[in-house]
Design a protein around this ligand. Structure first.
Ligand code: CA
Length: 228
């Protein structure tokens, strides 16, 4: 079985080395780049299975690298995990909206990095879920065709927008969505949704879900995610 190739784009050599050591120990093939330009060149030349991308790079920064990768049809589907500094929520939001798959914040433990890489690669390998397929998570059953949600067999009265948001999040467990991405996913429905009103919708949704509401997690400063 070919080993999965991880490209690390990170200008700090010690962090690059720690990542390389731990990922190689897990059986990954690892290459590195110390700048945005070099990283872009290596992604285009080698088409790695996944990219770990530091956002703070000299010259072409990580967000620009991410944008460039998503614009090129040869690299648009290569998963990207951003490496960010704690407190940089606005960069995280921008990165997710540019198409990054996930992020980790410095300082991180190698265990967390490996878990994130596995989760993102697993998601990419999954077939996209049929939009009409019934979603079952423990006691929650979501039927997109009938617009019905039950918790422990008990039907919930959700508005169209609440339903759409819940179905979108539950279809992608573990993915972080920014408010804008949620608005974008449910746009065109019968209710005008602004990014702030997403918060209001989520409050209503959690209330109706009662104890099952804890499946909708707030990612502080970034957005929301359905628990994996
Ligand atoms: Ca850096």
């Amino acid at each position: 079985m070919p080993r999965e190739h991880v490209l690390i784009i990170e200008d700090e050599e010690d962090i690059q080395e720690i990542l390389r050591y731990n990922l190689e120990k897990e059986g990954y093939r690892v290459t590195g780049a110390g700048s945005g330009e070099e990283g872009l060149g290596k992604v285009r030349a080698d088409l790695p299975d996944i990219v770990l991308l530091d956002l703070m790079l000299p010259g072409v920064d990580g967000l620009e690298v991410c944008k460039a990768l998503r614009r090129d049809h040869r690299t648009e589907n290569i998963p990207v995990i951003m490496i960010t500094v704690k407190g940089d929520e606005s960069d995280i939001v921008t990165g997710l909206e540019l198409g990054a798959d996930d992020y980790i914040t410095k300082p991180f433990s190698p265990k967390v990095v490996i878990a994130r890489i596995r989760a993102v690669l697993r998601r990419k390998a999954m077939q996209p879920r049929d939009k009409d397929a019934v979603i079952k998570v423990d006691d929650i059953v979501i039927d997109p065709v009938r617009h019905r949600v039950t918790v422990k067999g008990k039907p919930l009265e959700l508005t169209y927008t609440e339903f759409s948001i819940l179905a979108h999040l539950a279809r992608h467990p573990g993915w972080v969505f920014t408010r804008y991405q949620i608005v974008d996913a449910v746009r065109g429905m019968d209710y005008p949704v602004s990014d702030r009103s997403v918060d209001v919708q989520i409050v209503g949704l959690r209330k109706k879900l009662a104890s099952a509401g804890e499946y909708i997690e707030t990612v502080r400063g970034v957005g929301y995610r359905f628990r994996e």
